[in-house]
Design a protein around this ligand. Sequence first.
Ligand code: ZN
Length: 331
Amino acid sequence: MAEQAVLPCPWHLPVWTALTARTRHAHAYLFGGLPGVGKRLFAEAFAASLLCLQPESGHACGHCRSCQLRLAGSHPDRLVVEPEEQGKAIRIDAVRQLADFMGQTAQQGGRKVIILHPAEAMNLNAANALLKSLEEPTAETYLLLVSDQPSRLLPTIRSRCRVQTLPTPSAEQAQAWLAERLPELAAEQHAALLLMAGGAPLRALTLHEMDAASLRQQVVEGVKALLKSQQSASQLAERWPSLPLELLADWFCDWTLDLLRLKTGASDTPANADMDKVLPYMARHVRMPALLSWQSWLLEHRGMLLGKANLNRVLFIETLLIRWKQLMERR
Ligand SMILES: [Zn+2]
């Protein structure tokens, strides 16, 4: 196999082998799984394999005419549809372009492949336009949807795709993969990154690149200061201008789960070691109905963030912190 061949992650090889062994493929696939588990890479590898003129045991060969065009980034029968800017919506214009592409004859005389990523970023108009394309499939044209949250897609879109969930690796596999890429870090740091990433290795790598560990440290310090009334919610909201909101929501979700475990007696110590002083103290004071109502507010807003909703960031952080602090107030 050529060096530049695009390969799926090692933990996806069983799914890969079963998929590429098929002689007939569905017109549309929906690859779902945790963020950072390797879905995009899987879709890229599958697209390459579908376009390759002489795949070698299912993998793109890397040297045929089609592979060379792909590697040069100029394959005329491969289209990637994604938001113009990361975190923004996929609009109807992009899906109309997709429909035009589907209507064209393959220029290399073989297959055409479209990767749409992330599928949940389509707004409603775009999703409805895509539905039309899914209802009228074109021969030898394959649509690969990639989504962190397949449940947020229109059910009519899901039902027209072959849904393939890409699994999260075992802790050992994840740790080994990350250690190979970040040899400068200690095993505990790999484990901490993986914990933050929900076990998804590529997400853990991104978190490292974002310096998420030190961002989190700032938030932990901020939350402690908030509870001691040394800092106000609005002061903190202004102090975190570049903190990714979905990270913040994830951390508060983790801490809330810990609170629930402590409160119900399911655990004596929080899983989040950096909050091991704060959470047990909070668990003793917070009332269960307040905790559950906070959790549903948090989950709803986290869903909105994952759905690429445009929240006012300062207002969101401020409201989140006020609600978190209110958990400790007797009413
Ligand atoms: Zn090839």
